[in-house]
Every structure is written in C-alpha cells, then in structure tokens.
Design a protein around this ligand. Structure first.
Ligand SMILES: [Zn+2]
Length: 157
C-alpha cells in the first residue's frame, strides 16, 4: 500500500465514521424529541417562562393572598424534604397581566391571576416554588418547578 492509498483509506474511514456519528446523533435527537414529547404529555409545561423583575407597583389580590398564606403552611412539610428549599418569610401576591404569570424572586412577589380553577392554583403554586427554591438550581428548572407545583396541589387542593 502506497502512502497515498493509505491516506485515502483513512479518509474513507473518517467519512464513514462521520456518517455513522451523524446517524447516531439523528437517532439521539429523535429519541430526545420523543422523550420531551412524552414528558410534555404527562406534564404540560406552561407557555411562558416565569422569572422576571416585576413592576414597582403591586396590585394586591387579597383572596389569593389568603389562600397562599394558608397553603404555604401545608406545603412546608412536603417541600422541607426537597433539597434547596428555603421557606420565605413572606410572599406577596400581585395581579399579573392576563396570561403572564411570573415570580419576582428578588422582591418575593408572585404575579398571578386567581385561584378559581385548578390550573390557576397550580400556577400560584408554581410561582411560589420559584421563590422558595430561588437559591438552588431546581428553582430555575421549569420541569421541576411545574412537577412540584402539581404535586402540592394534588396533595393539598
Ligand atoms: Zn416557571
């Protein structure tokens, strides 16, 4: 085998290797998409992300505030077993623009709409979990936050 043939040979190997790698990667992407799809079916993630700096003005929602204050006490036993949980001394509930709930971690404020439906209650719990785990990676993981919020509402409706 001449030097040139040898070089071609390793070039071919490299091309084959790259093709195999690309195929593997494509399968990997498809598997990942299927896993994400299955996860989304089980735990539909909210459409918007929820950590932001809120406006200086807070329009209070007294009924939601009372509901949250009561539930924070109940949720404490569940959340205390989770790493990174820090029960905030207080969380203020403010009215959010329609469809745009979020948590202002620095101000310990959550911006939500209400508690009339289970979905709205999950949203309140969700934004609270962002606050209660704000100094830990899980508090910024939407999957973890949503899963935990659903668990809280399932156990303490
Ligand atoms: Zn969120």
């Amino acid at each position: 085998m001449t030097h040139r043939q040898d070089a071609q040979c390793s070039e071919t190997r490299a091309v084959v290797h790259r093709a195999v790698w690309r195929a593997d990667r494509r399968v990997g992407v498809m598997v990942a998409a299927a896993v994400v799809g299955a996860f989304a079916l089980l735990h539909p993630l909210p459409a918007v992300a929820h950590e932001a700096v809120g406006p200086a003005h807070c329009q209070p929602l007294p009924a939601v505030q009372a509901w949250l204050d009561l539930h924070i006490v109940k949720w404490d036993a569940i959340l205390a077993t989770e790493p990174g949980y820090e029960r905030p001394s207080s969380v203020t509930v403010c009215a959010a623009p329609p469809g745009r709930p979020f948590a202002d971690n620095r101000a310990n404020r959550i911006f939500v709409r209400g508690i009339e439906t289970v979905d709205q209650q999950i949203t309140v719990a969700h934004e609270y979990v962002h606050i209660a785990f704000q100094h830990y990676p899980s508090g910024h993981n939407e999957g973890y936050v949503e899963h935990t919020a659903r668990r809280l509402i399932a156990e303490f409706p």
